[in-house]
Write a protein that binds this ligand. Sequence first.
Ligand code: NAD
Length: 475
Amino acid sequence: MSKNQNKTGSYSFFNCIEKNFDKAARFISIEKGLLEQIKACNSVYRMHFPVKIGKEVKVIEAYRVQHSHHKLPCKGGIRYSMKVNQDEIMTLAALMTYKCAIVDVPFGGAKGGIKIDPQTISSENIEKITRRYTSELIKKNFIGPGIDVPAPDYGTGEREMSWIFDTFLSLRSGDVDALACVTGKPVSQGGVRGRKEATGLGVFYGIRELCHVKEDMYSVGLDVGLVGKKIIIQGLGNVGYHAASFFHESGAVIIALAEREGAIYNEKGLNVSKVFLHLKNNGSILNFPEAKNIENTEKALELECDILIPAALENVIHKNNANRIKAKIIGEAANGPITPEADEILDKKGVIIVPDIYLNAGGVTVSYFEWIKNLSHVRYGRMEKKFRENVNAEFLKVIETVCKKKISIEEKKMILRGPREIDLVRSGLEDTMINGFHKIRDLKKSLKIENMRTAAFVLSINKIIDSYEKLGIFP
Ligand code: NAD
């Protein structure tokens, strides 16, 4: 196996995306060289820096890749994992470019990564590494509100984003827009309400939309709607946990949850918040009282179910297990969970795959809202909430007078309410996910494209071409 090959197939991760891109290119008539420009990674910054951990100096390997500058700033998460490597970060940066285009977020794609295992490093040392990484990015002009704006990803969260912001501010003091140098911050540090759960909620909105399309549901032998659908979720981190919670609340049945150490199964359904509490208290999902353990966590993916949501890492569905997958729908909450070989096998089986470049775009969509909030220096809803409540109250008075009927206090509360930040963020996210789904589906139908992934790439590449053309870069 060559250095470029991954354990599950004959392609590097970047090759996988190129392969998907090439499938879409068949539906686009534009000069080959221009497509090559869209595919290529514009800037790759690989760094090594020393950090003193205990009495030893450790050399840390890290990356920031800016895949496309067709729109600025660049945008993409930062992951902490021992699996981080250049190929992976380049691929994830490319996915960000295509993702942003699909959901009309005006950013180029980027991604960052630090090769560490945050589970084995103290929080003081993670802070040191994060701050040093940020100052390396500042030195090379790889971070800034109009340059490149990181966000959380696998192994990082609000805490790391706060450290990045604080380091940026201390080295760029007086920059009035400094808050917009990173998204996914805690609300008290300029974050936006609704960012934490945004990716999982976006996954939920996307799958819910699919489940309401009669034609698609009948094509895989399922009834319309989410209620009662049997769902398996891999990864109970930020994305997986929130997606699981929203599915559970909507009446779907979460029959299995898989984590690193094993999976748990209950045909009648798992209570997601109880499982999460169990995980918090015991450090593992295993031995949850209302479920059976499955020791080999990968086996959970192969159980009978309607919808499978991989929400952990890439390449978890590959040519060796694709034939055993029984799900009718796979929602790619993680980035790149299905290898190209597995994709072909599943396509032949008629499985509907809702692709990552659309389905997990909720995070970057709400990151975009956070960035706008930071640049406008005002909370969403602050200017209009009271005004809207006053208008609603006047409107209600007129209705009561005309109808000669008093409306109950409960109804009044609901009607009078002006929009809060969380309401606006969620409605913006819901609208984005619904529109994105139908744009992909309509294109798939009109061009007779074989699957949603290729249709999503066609939609995205066309938007990027349009943007380059308007810039005068493509003739
Ligand atoms: P996270 O670190 O919060 O959670 C990942 C979870 O997966 C952890 O609980 C981890 O223990 C679990 N896991 C790791 N290996 C596993 C295995 N082999 N089997 C089962 N579980 C395993 O990360 P996250 O932010 O939830 O990201 C998950 C995926 O979603 C990644 O592919 C990431 O790139 C993608 N994503 C995240 C965001 C975001 O906003 N956080 C946005 C878009 C895409």
